[in-house]
Design a protein around this ligand. Sequence first.
Ligand code: S3P
Length: 169
Amino acid sequence: MLPSTIILVGPMGAGKSTIGRLLAAKFGYEFLDTDHVIEEKTGADISWIFDVEGEEGFREREAQTLRELGTQARTVVATGGGIVVREENRDFLKKQTAVVYLKASIAQLVARTSKDKKRPLLQVQNPEEKIKALVAEREPYYLDVANFIIETGGHSPRSTVQSIVKLFS
Ligand code: S3P
């Protein structure tokens, strides 16, 4: 049976927003992205929130937003890559039934974020090292909260969406 809420987790550059949007269209669901909702609510972009409130301030807003969106009916929710860092978020996600981990290789994550100026955590000397470190720290958490794992490697967004559709049919 088609779950009423589908939540996508995974690192920056895994394709959560692109795939989430396509998946929502396929099912006739609403698509929501935690980062986007935070930006709409605050009227500020994520980098600005990191600058002014620090990462902790952002995480606070993110946790609250997950609670608001994470059980909304007929919705696909894309989450920020760091959503799993807080234990309270992991506990929340573990109670849901359709959390999909979009897994990608380091090379793919690096390629998909290489021109990025919007993600504060990647504005460093060596973004590849940063991505590696974040994935090493967070992958156990993604695996812990996920009901399903989808490898995005080398597939088009459409074919990844097909794989997710198959999970639920
Ligand atoms: C973050 C990922 C970003 C955004 C913020 C922090 C992270 O979301 O929430 O820049 O800690 O991995 P995306 O995964 O959608 O890029």
